[in-house]
Design a protein around this ligand. Structure first.
Ligand SMILES: Cc1cc2nc3c(=O)[nH]c(=O)nc-3n(C[C@H](O)[C@H](O)[C@H](O)COP(=O)(O)OP(=O)(O)OC[C@H]3O[C@@H](n4cnc5c(N)ncnc54)[C@H](O)[C@@H]3O)c2cc1C
Ligand SMILES: NC(=O)c1ccc[n+]([C@@H]2O[C@H](COP(=O)([O-])OP(=O)(O)OC[C@H]3O[C@@H](n4cnc5c(N)ncnc54)[C@H](O)[C@@H]3O)[C@@H](O)[C@H]2O)c1
Length: 475
């Protein structure tokens, strides 16, 4: 017990952010409690990363085993590949239970007190929890808020959870609709289109902005579209938004032009996945009790030490991490922010480096990136007065990719021409989600293409795609 407080640290929200913060807090000797109102593990474990990656793993195997052309090129013939929707769904559900149990046990084992109920601030260094046995109040030297996010459903779209649903229900794979509309071509839209198309569903993808995958680097998005969308049973509407979606059988979707708002078409499908982004779950956290407030998009304002800000000033002993801060809605970013918050709580000044945090979409093949897109790097170059270099290399020149018969792919390295510093790396292709970490470490250490071009990569490996890009940058 620290200085008369019940705890050194109380964390609100036991998602991956809260969990990562708790583990680090214990390793730093802090007496820690974590408050969770719903499922231990939050979005990632129960409704996000874990079940979606289980579905992608199973459906990816179905895709590969049914790709007779690809297998024949390797000298293999397989006929009649079958799958059971129910068993694939069970694989995802069982994995969720296992990882949820592991996460909870890891906290218990380390002596973190798990308090079940809704937590909120009731003043400086004080939280109340509405538990089954009534309201309880705890004091803590420091408090971390990690309440996460929920799906955003645009106005006009009615979700019934059965025929029109978000990823919360989608990950349960309760049906395999013959024809499914996916609204949004971001991470969730892309990953679900990979699952559904592998399992034989016809897809209509609706994207409001004027390009598919608008958040990705342009070259990568174009190539990804050529491989992940065009050859598959996926029809696309770009620059079009779903103005109204009415659940039922069929689901009726009114499409309109995103810019002019003019009606364009009405389609009828068997089901509709709404994948239009996520919003922070930040209501009723009691921020007003410490004089703080949410920003205009309802995120909790923080600085790079993860301290909560009020009118630009640090609120003492209050920290926030994860999706609720709106910085990078990724599991590993949430736990990295948690570690940074705890480091600062322990008096070791540290700041988060978002530039070196990688991201990946686990499609077949995968997309990954770290740092800036080419467009963002060029904007920065204009502002700071440097030229941007771009080097690309291709999987089709890589022996390992050719041996695997999976040579669709590209790596793109974006760097400062004056210093050689790497600003961004983007990869589309087999195992892109693993390959990106070399680039992530390079950006974290502000390394240059000149240094990286001299690293030795094992042969034959896919990592030579990056090696080749670095070498081209300095050629
Ligand atoms: C379909 C899908 C797939 C995804 N795949 C990936 C992926 O492959 N890789 C990746 O990096 N990211 C992925 N993400 C994103 C990732 O899930 C989130 O970035 C991550 O879960 C954020 O963690 P968090 O701790 O901030 O919040 P959450 O995981 O949302 O956890 C917050 C927790 O706080 C609890 N809570 C909220 N308010 C209170 C309160 N007042 N009192 C008590 N408890 C409270 C909630 O019940 C919840 O359990 C995916 C997301 C989705 C939806
Ligand atoms: N592999 C991963 O790391 C992973 C996987 C899934 C989700 N996530 C996280 O979850 C978050 C949410 O994912 P997401 O795919 O829902 O969001 P997103 O922000 O990645 O993509 C949403 C897309 O929907 C489009 N859109 C929004 N409103 C629309 C409308 N009315 N009609 C048509 N299109 C519309 C947007 O233009 C955008 O392209 C992501 O930010 C990501 O951080 C990560």
């Amino acid at each position: 017990m620290s200085d008369g407080f019940d705890y050194d640290l109380v964390i609100i929200g036991a998602g991956v952010g809260g969990h990562g913060a708790a583990l680090h807090a214990v390793s730093c000797g802090l007496k820690t409690a974590i408050i969770e109102a719903n499922d231990m593990g939050g979005t990632c474990v129960n409704r996000g990363c874990i079940p979606s990656k289980a579905l992608l793993a199973a459906s990816g195997k179905v895709r590969e085993l049914r790709n007779a052309h690809h297998l024949k090129a390797l000298g293999i013939q397989i006929s009649n590949v079958q799958f059971s929707r129910e068993d694939i769904a069970n694989h995802a559900n069982n994995l969720v239970s296992k990882i949820q149990g592991d996460l909870t046990n890891s906290l218990k084992r380390l002596g973190v007190d798990i308090i079940r109920g809704w937590g909120k601030l009731v003043g400086s260094q004080k939280v109340s929890v509405s538990t089954d046995s009534g309201e309880k109040t705890f004091t803590a030297k420091d408090i971390i808020l990690s309440p996460g996010s929920i799906p955003f459903v645009p106005p006009g779209i009615e979700v019934d959870g059965k025929t029109v649903f978000t990823s919360d229900q989608g990950v349960k794979l309760e049906t395999l609709p013959d024809w499914v509309a996916i609204i949004g071509s971001g991470y969730i839209g892309l990953e679900f289109s990979d699952v559904y198309s592998a399992l034989g569903c016809e897809i209509t993808m609706i994207e409001a902005l004027d390009q598919l995958m608008p958040g990705f680097d342009r070259d990568i998005a174009k190539l990804a579209e050529r491989v992940l969308i065009t050859p598959r049973d996926i029809e696309t509407h770009v620059g079009i938004y779903a103005k109204r979606v009415i659940p039922g059988s069929p689901v009726v979707i009114e499409l309109a032009n995103f810019k002019t708002k003019e009606d364009v078409d009405v389609i009828e499908v068997d089901a509709c996945l709404v994948a239009t982004g996520r919003i922070p779950a930040t209501q009723n956290l009691g921020l007003e009790s410490v004089g703080a407030e949410l920003d205009r998009r309802n995120y909790i304002p923080v600085n790079d030490s993860m301290a909560v800000l009020s009118s630009g000033e640090v609120v003492p002993h209050l920290w926030a991490i994860g999706d609720a801060t709106g910085k990078m809605m990724l599991a590993h970013a949430a736990s990295a922010q948690g570690i940074i918050a705890v480091e600062n709580i322990c008096g070791r000044t540290k700041q988060i480096d978002y530039e070196s945090i990688p991201a990946a979409a686990f499609t077949h093949p995968e997309v990954s990136y770290v740092g800036k897109t080419e467009t963002a790097a060029r904007d920065m170059g204009k502002e700071l007065g440097f030229e941007v270099g771009v080097a690309k290399s291709y999987y089709k020149g890589n022996s390992k990719a050719l041996a695997e018969g999976e040579a669709d792919g590209m790596a793109k390295v974006i760097y400062r021409k004056d210093t050689g510093e790497v600003l961004g790396v983007h990869i589309f292709g087999l195992h892109a989600s693993d390959l990106i970490h070399e680039a992530s470490a390079a950006i974290a250490n502000r390394q240059t293409v000149h240094t990286l071009a001299h690293l030795v990569h094992a042969h034959p490996t896919l990592s030579e795609v990056l090696d080749e890009a670095y070498k081209r940058a300095v050629a």
